[in-house]
Write a protein that binds this ligand. Structure first.
Ligand code: 13P
Length: 340
């Protein structure tokens, strides 16, 4: 393992003014996104949608890395340039989702375990050859009556740490993503309690598995009320609770934390990130690794048509730029009114 090399990549992923585009929707998930704009999920539609995002002029100013799905890492621009090579030319790091999804955890109703460890060493080596310099694995923790169980948290944290160790062995920076879902009607306090337990276990397992903390990135949920909660906590409360919780568990050796958006609206996700960065000084860089919160408006503006290709890129550039401002606390909701 070349530790210095891993550290360089991890630091670049979370550099100030930049964040990560999560474009790693599996074929099933992208079909759901395309269904919303009545577009058939063909391989060519999936390719041209990703090309639209990746060839947005100026992408390298705001985006440090892009997470791909297996199919997408192998795709090319219409001029025949592999997406990974295209990104490298823009100074953007290519990454790859390597988990095989969250499956029902046998014996624990309502809980899941993320699969994909078998054969992972060989898959990582192959992805490195294709240009991937970082990877992602998402563990999913749902909150409801009686869940998550202690065992569910432990099993998921153990799998995350095994994944992270294999990544570092293969000279790939692991994004460690334990996502506490915001589905349901729970309070911010309940989310904080569960996120506390999850992060404590995750960092315990990372230590046991001898993970080089300087060469990884954490991708957590924010501490936030459930979507269906009656009285949802304010943006300031979310920012304070999230930073407070992270400070309890994330060693300062970790160079950066890149949040998932998890179903927040695009402006909400940007505001929360900006408010957190105003609470500084913080021991790590705080940035974004958003999927929906970077793509929703761009996907709608594009709508699957070549005539609106540029309109999609403008919307993507707008969200990327506003989130870039949020990495230094310079975003304000008034900026939403500006033209894309
Ligand atoms: P969202 O930002 O849409 O939650 O997606 C981020 C991600 O990569 C989830 O695994």
């Amino acid at each position: 393992m070349d530790k210095a090399g891993l550290e360089r990549v991890a630091r670049a992923m979370v550099a100030k003014d930049k964040g990560i585009l999560a474009a790693d929707e599996s074929s099933g998930t992208i079909k759901k996104r395309f269904d919303a704009i009545q577009l058939e999920s063909t391989e060519e539609h999936r390719r041209s949608y990703r090309e639209m995002l990746l060839t947005t002029p100026g992408i390298g100013q705001w985006i440090s890395g892009v997470i791909f799905y297996d199919e997408t890492l192998r795709q090319k621009t219409r001029d025949g340039v592999p997406f990974a090579a295209w990104l490298e030319k823009q100074g953007v790091l290519p990454g790859i989702k390597v988990d095989l999804g969250a499956k029902a955890l046998a014996g624990f109703a309502g809980e899941t375990i993320t699969e994909g460890l078998d054969g992972l060493r060989e898959r990582l080596a192959g992805y490195y050859q294709l240009g991937a310099r970082f990877a992602k694995w998402r563990a999913v923790i749902d909150i409801a009556d009686g869940i998550p169980s202690r065992f569910g948290i432990e099993a998921n944290a153990h799998a995350l740490a095994r994944y992270a160790a294999l990544c570092q062995e293969q000279q790939i920076v692991p994004i460690v993503e334990p996502e506490v879902l915001m589905d349901g009607g729970h309070s911010l306090e309940r989310c904080e309690e569960v996120t506390d337990a999850v992060l404590a276990e995750v960092f315990g397992q990372l230590a046991l598995h001898r993970i080089h903390l300087e060469g990884m990135v954490l991708k957590p949920n924010m501490v936030i009320s459930g979507k269906k909660a009656a009285n949802r906590a304010s943006p300031d409360q979310v920012a304070e609770a999230t930073v407070r919780t992270l400070k309890r568990h994330v060693p300062s050796a970790v160079p950066g934390i890149a949040f998932l958006s998890g179903g927040q609206s695009s402006p909400e996700a940007t505001l929360h990130l900006s408010l957190m960065n105003k609470l500084g000084p913080l021991p790590w860089n705080l940035t974004f690794s958003y999927g929906r919160a970077l793509q929703d408006t761009a996907l709608k503006a594009w709508g699957g048509k070549s005539a609106t290709y540029g309109a999609g890129q403008k919307e993507f550039a707008k969200r990327a730029r506003l989130n870039s401002l949020a990495t230094t606390g310079r975003y304000a909701a008034t900026l939403e009114a500006e033209a894309a």
